[in-house]
Design a binder for this molecule. Structure first.
Ligand code: PEP
Ligand code: MN
Length: 348
């Protein structure tokens, strides 16, 4: 249930409602919007409705939330959530481009890619150090050595780093290097991992599971928000369907659906969503047209030699072309690409 307070409600009135709920054994979550405060009530809905909270001073109305997700719902917070990443804001009018290799393979490969994507207009750097691979015989990532390389790339280029954490035991290690913790598609329903990243004061990029419904995806986000972290970026990366031509089927419906159901920002990964480099640009354009708050794109200096996902990786030149094309689409839908790093001098 949510309690919508009157616009004129005083702090004392808000506190009195919260105190009553806590005393009755409910947990409360405040959302202080521009116009009014909303109190999210977690606990038995029928019993909460029986408390006659609407009779308390300052309460406008008590509404049962019918969706199973509460804190991440639009009912709970009407304004879009803005995620702050080292001075960059995601979820507002500006569209962000997260780019970099699938895997960190070497210092040279990562630094070369980081400079290339930065020059092209990326505002965040991606790169996997712990790689969840379908085959145990495939490259598994450089692990902590990869995290060190990512940290060096951030120091040199100024780009914040997004990297995946695959296991609850590694959350503090990855969190000590990363600016954004990525939960991969395969781990979307690893609830122990979700509870651990909820405790870290860092933004979380939550990929949609390959077979997850939008509701299951939002319930995964609910774990993170319930655990105390509302800095969540949802990422559509394609789902499994009967179609085998593409690696996954990029579900762009999910973008406006999530925007309607939730206040959290949503970005799109057309690399994993398609599995083919030549499909990445058109689907990136479509994603921005559909209202995505950003893109996550795999870029490699030499995709033919990549240790993972070369087939879906763009060359730096193809990434530059993608940026030019999505820039126009963003303007057409009343937005613009983030230029937080524009105008910075690149060291020689
Ligand atoms: C990735 O982005 O590195 C990745 C492994 O993607 P996904 O979890 O979407 O398969
Ligand atoms: Mn990949």
């Amino acid at each position: 249930m949510i309690i919508v307070m009157e616009a004129s409600a005083t702090r004392r009135e808000i506190e009195a409602v919260c105190a009553k709920l806590v005393q009755e054994g409910f947990s409360v979550h405040l959302s202080e919007g521009v116009a009014r405060t909303i109190i999210g009530v977690i606990g038995d809905r029928t019993r909460a409705m029986g408390l006659a909270l609407e009779a308390m001073p300052g309460v406008e109305k008590a509404i049962p939330v019918l969706n199973p997700f509460k804190l991440v719902s639009r009912e709970f917070r009407q304004e879009n959530t803005i995620v702050s990443i080292n001075g960059r804001v995601l979820g507002g009018n500006e569209v962000h481009l997260i780019a970099g290799p699938c895997s960190v393979e070497s210092r040279e490969q990562l630094l070369e890619t980081a400079w290339a994507v930065k020059e092209a207009g990326a505002t965040l750097l991606r790169g996997g150090a712990f790689k969840p691979r379908t085959s145990p015989y495939s490259f598994q990532g450089l692990e902590e050595a990869g995290l060190e390389i990512l940290a060096e790339a951030r120091e040199r280029t100024g780009l914040p780093v997004v990297t995946e954490v695959v296991d609850p035991r590694f959350v503090s290690l990855v969190g000590s290097y990363a600016d954004v913790l990525q939960i991969g598609a395969r781990n979307m329903q690893n609830y122990f991992l979700l509870k651990e990243v909820a405790k870290v004061k860092k933004p979380v990029l939550l990929k949609r599971g390959p077979s997850a419904t939008v509701e299951e995806w939002l319930m995964a986000a609910e774990y993170i928000m319930l655990g105390g972290n509302d800095q969540i970026i949802l990422c559509e990366r394609g789902i499994r369907t009967f179609e085998t031509f593409t690696r996954n089927t990029l579900d762009l419906n999910a973008v406006p659906v999530v925007k309607r159901l939730s206040h959290l920002p949503v970005i799109v990964d057309p690399s994993h969503g398609t599995g083919k480099w030549w499909l990445v640009q058109p689907m990136a354009q479509a994603a921005i047209a559909a209202g995505a708050d950003g893109l996550m794109v795999e870029v490699h200096p030499d995709p033919g030699e990549a240790l993972s996902d070369g087939k879906q990786s763009l060359t730096p030149e193809n990434f530059r072309n993608l940026v030019a094309s999505v820039k126009e689409i963003a303007v057409a839908v009343g937005r613009r690409l983030s230029n937080t790093v524009a105008g910075e001098q690149l060291p020689k």
